[in-house]
Design a protein around this ligand. Structure first.
Ligand code: NCD
Length: 309
C-alpha cells in the first residue's frame, strides 16, 4: 500500500500533499532542524545498478529523520553467487521496514513489490520508471514557477531509454502541462507513452531540434544519452553528444526559464550555464532529500507535523 512503483500509484491529490510535506521538510533536509520522526526504522537501499544522488539522498533523508540505512550493492553480496532477486528480497522483507530498489531490469520494482510485504520505492527500473525522481522534479518546477498549469516543458535527449522522462512526462500532463519532446528519431519517446500523454488531453509536439524551442520554454529538461541501455556501441556513437546547451544559447530564453537535468551530465549542459539564473539542476539534486523524506514518511505511515520548527 505504501509502494511507489510508477506515478500511477499516486493520485494528483497525493502528489500535491507529498510536495507540500517535502517543502515543509526543507529545513530538516538541510540539517537546520532536528526531527527524528523515523527513529527505529530501517531503510534497505537495494542498488543493483550505479547511483550517486538517488542512493545518497535516500540515505540522507532517512538519517536526517533519525532512521538507519542498510546499503546493499550487487557487488560483494550473494547476487554474484547466483541468488535470485526473489530470494534477496525475501531477506530484506525481514531485515528492513522499507526498501528503495534500483535494478537494470524494467519491471523489477513491481516484481519486488509483489514479492514482499514491506513498502517498495522504485529508484529506477531499467528503461522503465523513476517516480521518486519525478516527485523531486515536480517540487523543483513548483519552486521555480509556482503552479504547473499551462507551462511549456521541453524534454530533451534520450526519450527512448530515459526512465526519468517516462515518469515525468506522465505526471506533467496530469497537471495541465504542454510538452515538447526533442530527440533524434532513434531515441523518440515510445509510442505507447506518447499515446498515454495525448489521452490526457495534453498538447504534445515532437521535434529533432532544440535551439528553436528555447524562446517558448518555461522548463528545459536535459537528459543524458543512456549509453548502458544501447544494444550496440555504434548506435550509441551516432547520437552521443547530440544536444549541448551553452550559456550563449540562452540569450533569447524567457527570464524565468529553468534548465533542469536529473544528472549525471556528460556534455549536455556546458558549465557556462551553471552561473546563469536558469541553472536549477543542483537545487533539483538537493530536492531529492526533502522529497524522499516525505515519500519515506508516506510509505511508513508517519504523519509529518504541520509546523516543523
Ligand atoms: C538518472 C537515472 O538513474 O535514471 N539519474 C538519477 O537518478 N538522478 C538519469 C541518468 O542516469 O541519466
Amino acid at each position: 500500500m505504501g509502494d511507489l512503483v510508477t506515478m500511477d500509484d499516486l493520485t494528483n491529490e497525493e502528489i500535491d500533499s507529498v510536495l507540500v510535506v517535502a517543502e515543509r521538510l526543507v529545513p530538516v533536509a538541510r540539517g537546520d532542524v532536528h526531527l527524528p520522526l523515523l527513529q527505529g526504522k530501517v531503510l534497505a537501499n537495494m542498488f543493483f545498478e550505479n547511483s550517486t544522488r538517488t542512493r545518497m539522498s535516500f540515505e540522507t533523508a532517512m538519517k536526517r529523520l533519525g532512521g538507519s540505512v542498510m546499503n546493499f550493492s550487487s557487488i560483494g553480496t550473494s547476487v554474484s553467487k547466483g541468488e535470485t532477486l526473489f530470494d534477496t528480497m525475501q531477506m530484506i522483507d525481514g531485515y528492513a521496514d522499507v526498501a528503495a530498489i534500483r535494478h537494470p531490469r524494467q519491471g523489477a520494482a513491481q516484481y519486488s513489490a509483489d514479492a514482499v510485504s514491506i513498502p517498495i520505492l522504485n529508484a529506477g527500473d531499467g528503461a522503465g520508471n523513476h517516480p521518486t525522481q519525478t516527485m523531486l522534479d515536480l517540487l523543483t518546477i513548483r519552486q521555480a514557477h509556482g503552479s504547473m498549469e499551462g507551462l511549456n516543458v521541453v524534454l530533451v535527449g534520450d526519450l527512448r531509454y530515459g526512465r526519468t522522462v517516462h515518469s515525468l512526462s506522465h505526471a506533467l500532463v496530469r497537471f495541465g502541462v504542454s510538452l515538447t519532446l526533442v530527440s533524434p528519431p532513434s531515441l523518440r519517446m515510445p509510442d505507447e507513452i506518447v499515446s498515454d500523454l495525448r489521452s490526457h488531453g495534453a498538447e504534445v509536439v515532437e521535434t529533432e531540434t532544440l535551439i528553436e524551442q528555447i524562446p517558448n520554454a518555461d522548463v528545459i529538461y536535459m537528459t543524458r544519452i543512456q549509453k548502458e541501455r544501447f544494444p550496440d556501441e555504434d548506435e550509441y556513437a551516432k547520437v552521443a553528444g547530440i544536444y549541448k546547451l551553452s550559456a550563449s544559447d540562452l540569450t533569447g530564453a524567457k527570464k524565468g526559464m529553468v534548465v533542469m537535468h536529473p544528472l549525471p551530465r556528460v556534455d549536455e549542459i556546458d558549465p557556462s550555464v551553471d552561473s546563469t539564473d536558469h541553472a536549477f539542476y543542483f537545487q533539483q539534486a538537493f530536492n531529492g532529500v526533502p522529497t524522499r523524506m516525505a515519500l519515506l514518511c508516506r510509505s511508513l505511515g508517519v504523519e509529518v507535523p504541520e509546523e516543523v520548527v
